[in-house]
Design a binder for this molecule. Sequence first.
Ligand SMILES: Nc1ncnc2c1ncn2[C@@H]1O[C@H](COP(=O)(O)OP(=O)(O)OP(=O)(O)O)[C@@H](O)[C@H]1O
Length: 326
Amino acid sequence: MVSQIQQAREQQRTEQPAAIVVERLTKRYKQAREETLRGISFSVAQGSFFTLLGPNGAGKTTTLSILTTLLLPTSGRVTIAGLDLVREAREVRRQIGVIFQQPGLDVHMTGEENLRFHASLFGFYPFRPAYRLMPVRYRKRVMELAALFELERDLFRPVSTYSGGMKRKLEVMRSLLQRPEILFLDEPTAGLDPHSRARLWSYLKRIRSEYGLTIFLTTHYLEEAEQADTICILHKGKIVAFGSPAEIKEALLQEYMLVDAADRERLLAELRVLGLPFSVERRVKLLVPKEQFHRTLRCITTPLTVIETYTPSLEEAYLHITDGRE
Ligand SMILES: Nc1ncnc2c1ncn2[C@@H]1O[C@H](COP(=O)(O)OP(=O)(O)OP(=O)(O)O)[C@@H](O)[C@H]1O
């Protein structure tokens, strides 16, 4: 845990300023026997694409709810855009946009009415009973976003006529109305078909480059996490892996060979002499990287009865790390 905090501080010192700094965050729900978050620490660099990945129940939504000021932490400290999450919650809300797992649109209203009500409710713009009566800066912002998301033609139609993908786009637009610095997305592609999912990703890429947004995503889709700058894997309320997708892959992927011999004792003695790392399960498992498979085999003189090579996929490695831990 100490190293996580050091890592968070180190990142702050050496790279871009951190958009989010989380230190020793815990959450215990009322009447819950265990903590849902068990002292997690990490930081998110400004303008980066950060993914919180983990299986059901890992604590992703809890973390996101705390970071978006909807839920109070039990202990720990969080800074968002340089503001203290608890003491300056109101100001934090102005700096963030949020897209929740469950769409929260009123389908009886038009797309624009949904935007207008949201903007007024959160105090970003004063409420007026018609779009044309809204301040010019609101109308300019809405049209700018509608153009970006190609929703101009449908903006004044009831949301009940929208497809799932269009509703998602409207939600993204709504979250960007006040020009937030950080966009939080809780499993935003759940329920979308692959086509709409891919399109949503391309929009997110565009807004990120156009507005320099920091994106904080929670997901349990590995392929979505792979597009991130940083992945943080949460499991049972603890961080079990943290780094770039390449670093995570390297840490998680363990390539190995399974070998065996009629004279197993001779084989094991030989492996010890050769100094090769191994463990004995049903077969003898040699922990060597793929590039060394051939060389390793050439060194072994004991006649082998079994030779199998194994390169797990990222998916398998992820399942392994999240299945086998307490
Ligand atoms: N209001 C609550 N009261 C008590 N326990 C809760 C509450 N909300 C969540 N939990 C528990 O906290 C744990 C983490 O839940 P959370 O929703 O944060 O996980 P998650 O990683 O977002 O899962 P999913 O991918 O299913 O959304 C779960 O065991 C859940 O039962």
